[in-house]
Design a binder for this molecule. Structure first.
Ligand code: GDP
Length: 197
């Protein structure tokens, strides 16, 4: 599934620009700078198209990646950028909620959380949105090369405890480093189970 270069399908600025819902899909959510583009790139072997940047809030599109015509990854815009206006936050929430609710092919969401910071209030908000839209989701702790083993253990336990309040969350979490290629193969294997024949 991940062996070949994937195709970048489409970037949608608005819900009337979505590509056809013709394959199982996995959505990626997370605060700006959590390492979302890096993770999509690490999973797919791409170097460029999921653009990494240090400019928070820059990717405002829903970006779709086609993996061998069997699965699509959907990179959703990052949230929680401190300087964002209330209107933009509202617009983001509205678009994502409507997208997730209406997307019949959406199989799973990955909620990325920086292992240095743990869950923040806006992560809780997206998880509540996913609970309400009944999209099953998994938390992925990112950048684990940046924390000590005991810190990782603590953030992992705290996150798993917090997930008990969330009906659509899987109890187990993934831990990854895109930089050091940790946990990437395991995450690929779990996503591969969602792919079409
Ligand atoms: P996005 O805004 O969520 O798409 O985040 P990016 O993928 O652009 O990453 C934000 C910053 O974190 C960049 O400087 C990346 O190089 C860095 N980064 C991403 N993943 C990792 C990781 O696994 N380890 C480390 N040390 N840095 C990472």
């Amino acid at each position: 599934l991940f062996a070949k270069e994937c195709d970048f399908v489409w970037g949608a600025d608005a819900l009337n620009q979505l590509p056809e819902a013709d394959l199982p899909e996995v959505a990626f959510a997370g605060r700006s700078n959590v390492g979302k583009s890096s993770l999509v790139n690490a999973l797919t072997g791409r170097k460029t198209l999921a653009r990494t940047s240090n400019t928070p809030g820059r990717t405002q599109q829903l970006n779709f990646f086609n993996l061998g015509n069997r699965l699509k990854l959907v990179d959703m815009p990052g949230y929680g950028y401190a300087k964002e206006s209330k209107e933009k936050v509202e617009a983001w929430n509205h678009m994502v909620r409507r997208f997730l609710r209406g997307r019949v092919t959406m199989q799973r969401a990955l909620v990325l959380v920086d292992s240095r910071h743990g869950l923040k209030p806006n992560d809780e908000e997206i998880m509540e949105m996913l609970d309400r839209t009944a999209v099953p989701y998994v938390v992925v702790l990112t950048k684990i090369d940046k924390v000590k083993p005991n810190e990782l253990d603590a953030v992992r336990k705290a996150t798993e405890a917090a997930l008990k309040k969330h009906p659509a969350a899987f109890p187990e979490i993934h831990v990854t480093s895109s930089e050091k290629n940790i946990g990437i193969a395991e995450l690929r294997a779990s996503l591969a189970t969602l792919a079409a024949e």
